[in-house]
Design a protein around this ligand. Structure first.
Ligand SMILES: [Zn+2]
Length: 591
């Protein structure tokens, strides 16, 4: 397993990063009773429901249900995986994370060097800008001030074969690293030369705002040169995963719940500077499945804002595919002919562009419109063509509600019976088999019918999270057989196991041991929910008694069912009857 970090180091990193400090350094937290409170960064809200509990080192939002420990916060907030979050927090606390895997470490070492190289190269390009009149003239023409250039880390690559190489030599960078970074290319007769020469340099950042690549725009009219030269794929730069400006846009995207995608860097920068800060752009590639997945983490909806020309319109349909399949709601904002977002802002102001974005029609309506232009919806043949192509898109909608709505709209628009659409869909679905819907099994129904009082398990769990002594009490008195298969029941079982193994050290111990998001959610929610200060032990005792009784009831229910079976051998019947009697006695005495 590459990049494993020992549990010991993970615990050391956890102890060195107080959850209140970590979250409090990102946005302000206010004291509220036993917790700290803030507006949730993961969903839009007006009154704060995001709680951080300093004693339990756990956070939870009552609005959107997200929650967890300090690692989970960094994972969710910065979109990192678990190991990424551990490394980030280790870095914060100045703890050296030694990987148990040597190759994993070597790879990470190279990545870290590449991040540093890109950061310093971006600074070098930025410095060059001040003496580069040709670049400054261009910026002036595009109405990009030097302050905006600084914020977006726009720079200039010297018009020389070895401008960056000489800088790298002074900085003692290994030339091989520059080749890996794609900043230098090999010469035919050995040696290297700069990839970017005499170009305006846009820094491309990842979601965390680290420079991972560059896009260089030509500044002359030279026809034999490409308009843009981009960094190639490197260990830290994968085009299919990078969205330009996502690091700057992600806050607004989370707040507004939608992202706007446009075509280029200059357009994106112009939008942000006009106050439309949820705009991103793919980086020198069509929109990919990975882009869609990244956006889905932040937004429910995407607005495609492309040019009015044929190329732009084709790009809309192409870009829509991965987004549509990811289940994102889609709208289209078409920029009037002859304009791009940048020129439109310059001509008519940001408010005009925002109007276009807010008024953008649904992709579905757009598509129907477009197909109706391509095929005549008044003829039988045209209708059939449109229905078939619409069905292709409809078949990929994950939501049955949206599917029904859109099918209906298509039928109305084309003036065909809705059934015709459904038949086309069925034809398509038959050719791509999906998972069959399963009916609940008789056992599952039985479990639901005799489920114990779930609130008792939840309350017991909350008590155990609030007071360590109650975990001892539960360990002593609770029979694991009393626990149901509910989420709370599963978590209680896990605590008891951890405790028995000598690993229980409070609620945060649990966070790495939980099975799924539902368990995470319940634990973090209970951990930040205030408890009455007294009689906790008596409450726990009541819970235990109730659980015991519920378990006995479940057993007696099961035995009665078995006794009801015909052809039950006499000895088994006697045995079951005796068991039942014991249970009934127990139930009567426990009341
Ligand atoms: Zn929330």
């Amino acid at each position: 397993m590459p990049g494993r970090i020992s549990d010991q180091i993970i615990e050391q990193v956890r102890h060195a990063n107080d959850v209140v400090d970590v979250i409090g350094s990102v946005f302000p937290l206010k004291r509220a009773g036993a917790n700290f409170r803030a507006l949730c960064p993961f969903h839009k809200e007006k009154t704060p429901s995001f709680n951080v509990n300093p004693t339990k080192q756990i956070w939870h939002c009552f609005g959107c249900g997200k929650g967890g420990d300090v690692f989970k916060f960094v994972m969710d907030y910065e979109n990192l995986d678990f190991l990424g979050a551990v490394r980030r927090l280790a870095e914060r606390a100045g703890i050296k994370v030694e990987s148990e895997d040597a190759t994993g470490h070597a790879v990470r070492g190279e990545k870290e060097l590449l991040f540093r190289l890109h950061d310093e190269a971006a600074a070098f390009f930025q410095e060059n800008l001040h003496a580069a009149d040709v670049a400054k003239r261009y910026l002036e023409k595009r109405q990009i001030t030097l302050e905006v250039a600084r914020q977006w880390r726009i720079g200039y690559a010297l018009d020389a074969w070895d401008g960056l190489l000489q800088w790298a030599e002074r900085k003692k960078y290994d030339p091989a690293l520059l080749a890996t970074a794609g900043l230098a290319l090999p010469r035919d007769n050995g040696g290297l030369y700069d990839r970017f020469r005499g170009r305006l340099m846009f820094s491309i950042c990842d979601e965390q705002g680290r420079v991972v690549g560059f896009s260089g725009r030509i500044l002359t009219d030279a026809k034999d040169q490409p308009k843009y030269v981009n960094s190639p794929e490197t260990p830290i730069f994968q085009k299919g995963r990078i969205l330009f400006a996502l690091d700057k846009a992600k806050r607004t995207i989370i707040e507004d719940k939608f992202a706007v995608i446009c075509e280029g860097q200059i357009d994106t920068i112009a939008c942000h500077e006009a106050g439309i800060t949820n705009v991103v752009a793919p980086q020198g590639t069509a929109l990919t499945e990975q882009h869609a997945r990244i956006l889905k983490r932040y937004a429910d909806e995407v607005v495609l804002m492309y040019d009015a020309d044929e190329a732009g319109q084709n790009a809309i349909v192409r870009s829509a595919e991965p987004l549509w399949e990811a289940g994102l709601a889609l709208r289209v904002a078409v920029i009037p002919a002859g304009h791009d977002p940048d020129s439109l802002i310059k001509a008519e102001g940001g408010a005009k562009l925002r109007e276009l974005i807010d008024g953008g029609e649904s992709f579905f309506a757009y598509l129907l419109q477009r197909l109706s232009h391509q095929h005549d919806p008044k003829t039988e043949r045209g209708k059939l063509q449109i229905v078939r192509q619409m069905a292709e898109w409809l078949a990929r909608i994950p939501s049955p509600v949206l599917l029904a709505t859109y099918s209906q709209q298509t039928a109305q628009r084309l003036d065909v019976p809705e059934n015709a659409i459904r038949q086309e869909l069925q034809k398509l679905q038959r050719s791509r088999p999906g998972p069959a819907a399963s009916a609940p099994s008789p056992e599952a129904e039985e479990t639901i019918a005799t489920a114990p009082n779930l609130t008792e398990e939840t309350l017991l769990l909350q008590l155990m999270l609030a007071d360590m002594r109650l975990v001892d009490l539960a360990l002593e008195r609770l029979d694991p057989a009393w626990l149901s298969t509910s989420v709370a029941g599963a978590v209680i079982g896990r605590i008891l196991k951890l405790h028995a193994a000598g690993k229980w050290d409070g609620p945060h111990t649990l966070m790495n041991a939980l099975a799924d998001a539902e368990e995470d959610r319940l634990v973090s929610e209970l951990a930040v929910t205030p408890m009455p200060g007294t009689a906790l032990e008596a409450m726990a005792g009541d819970c235990l008694a109730t659980l015991e009784r519920a378990c006995a009831k479940r057993q007696s229910h099961r035995i009665r069912r078995q006794l009801g079976q015909p052809n039950l051998p006499a000895n088994e019947r006697t045995e079951l009857q005796r068991e039942l009697l014991d249970l009934e006695l127990k139930l009567r005495h426990s009341i």
